[in-house]
Design a protein around this ligand. Structure first.
Ligand code: PMP
Ligand code: GLU
Length: 417
């Protein structure tokens, strides 16, 4: 195995910048916004905290996380069923490690689920979705795949992620209820990866745990809505029926990382307690991401690329198949070739569909529209009342690199045709 594609593209962009090339870094999916001031201040004050903490996490933080899910998601969450880990990525790995069963993934899916299953040797059942269904798995598709792929000796874990990486979509309440019915029928365990939940652009995220509470683990963390990916703090919230799984993960954790960095856990209490300042921060970030996503889509659609307007997170999944014959004339027949030629010829970095478990030949790529100064953009947004839309020149001023990069993709595609 090689290094994860998200980290490799970050390094490649850094190297090109060091060589003096202009780069539009739409590769790594990292929040552009700063960690909210109160949370940073809490970390400063917590710097002297030096003790190892309980493997499941600091009790006050587990209480804050449970309160957060009770309030925001109407979940029946309790502190003793919350597990704190060094990023939700690590918790997902440990879950797959202790879970003797098969993993069900829709594609395109986040880069690390499948490699994690492969490292551990778990069998994966991929459900491939299409542009026309907004890359969402339907209850019917799920049902069909469960009926065909049947092995009674192994339990099954369905990983759902919404708002979705890499597509920026989410499931409606109706779709979640239908998926929950199928999950219940087949007694699936669901890992509901809601790391982008608070980044639903209208603040309307709904968890499948509301409809299938008894076997859903909700995954969240600080990385996206709180802009703190590098702090490495993720959370799993379990139903009482799955406490045995939490205990198994905690046992492995106790023999590996011991506990998450103490000062980070103390600071995270502030983040999960929430408050008016954090709500304002979220309102501004969502308004900005929604407007920017919309603007990017308008430009890309105009150029003939298939892409849906996003409803959450900061990703677009581009389908260049309408331009396949033009691209083929230029010798571009795979997603990887598309991305490397685009980077070479325009400085725009995208990740090819194949790293999201799509086929090599498919002309798809993920675009993370995060290459801008989030602190400056937030400060500018704060001068505009929240009930007003951002003025028309705002994005060009505050997210210039994103708009320019998107325009370069459009020009490059038109040059192709
Ligand atoms: N799930 C998804 C869909 C992601 O995009 C990421 C990337 N940060 C993660 C999980 C892992 O997040 P973290 O380990 O930072 O909590
Ligand atoms: N989740 C981010 C992405 O999809 C990057 C961080 C990571 O992979 O751990 O690009």
């Amino acid at each position: 195995m090689g290094q994860s594609a998200t980290l490799t593209i970050k390094e490649a962009c850094g190297e090109l910048r060091r060589q003096g090339r202009q780069v539009f870094d739409f590769g790594l999916g990292q929040s552009p916004f700063p960690v909210p001031t109160r949370v940073v201040e809490a970390l400063r004050l917590a710097a002297p905290e030096k003790d190892y903490l309980p493997v499941e996490g600091l009790w006050a933080l587990r209480e804050a996380v449970a309160g957060f899910h009770r309030q925001q998601d109407q979940l029946d969450a309790h502190a003793d069923r919350v597990l704190i880990g060094p990023g939700s990525k690590e918790l997902m790995f440990l879950l797959q490690l202790v879970f003797y069963g098969e993993i069900i993934l829709r594609t395109p899916c986040w880069v690390s689920y499948a490699p994690q299953a492969q490292i551990i040797g778990r069998r994966i059942n991929f459900i491939h979705t299409s542009f026309d269904s907004k890359w969402k798995v339907t209850a019917e598709q799920l049902m069909r795949s469960l009926e065909i792929e049947h092995d009674d000796t192994r339990p099954r874990l369905l990983i759902l992620n919404y708002p979705m990486n890499p597509t920026g979509h989410t499931y409606s309440v109706g779709e979640l209820k239908e998926l929950a019915d199928v999950a219940r029928k087949f007694q699936l365990i669901v890992l509901s990866d809601e790391i982008y939940g608070r980044l639903h652009h209208q603040g309307e995220h709904v968890s499948i745990a509301r409809f299938y509470p008894e076997r859903t683990i909700v995954s969240s963390g600080l990385s996206k809505w709180c802009g703190a990916g590098g702090w490495r703090l993720g959370t799993f919230t379990f139903p009482k029926e799955l406490c045995w799984l939490m205990e198994a993960i905690a046992a492995v954790a106790s023999e590996t990382y011991t506990s998450v960095c103490a000062p980070i856990q103390y600071a995270a209490i502030q983040a999960f307690h929430g408050g008016v300042d954090l709500e304002r921060y979220l309102w501004h970030t969502r308004r900005l991401l929604a407007a920017l996503g919309r603007q990017c889509v308008d430009i890309l659609q105009e150029a003939g690329i298939h892409v849906h307007p996003p409803v959450g997170a900061f990703y677009l999944f581009l389908d260049f198949s309408p331009l396949a014959s033009d691209l083929s004339r230029r010798g571009i027949n795979t997603g990887a070739a598309l991305c490397s030629r685009l980077l070479e010829e325009t400085g725009v970095a995208l990740l090819p569909g194949e790293v999201f478990a799509r086929s090599r030949e498919e002309l798809t790529a993920r675009l993370s529209y995060v290459d801008f100064d989030g602190a400056a953009a937030l400060a500018a947004s704060e001068n505009i009342p929240l009930d007003e839309p951002l003025p028309s020149d705002f994005l060009r001023r505050c997210c210039a690199n994103v708009i320019e990069g998107i325009e370069r993709i459009a020009q490059w595609v038109q040059r192709t045709s």
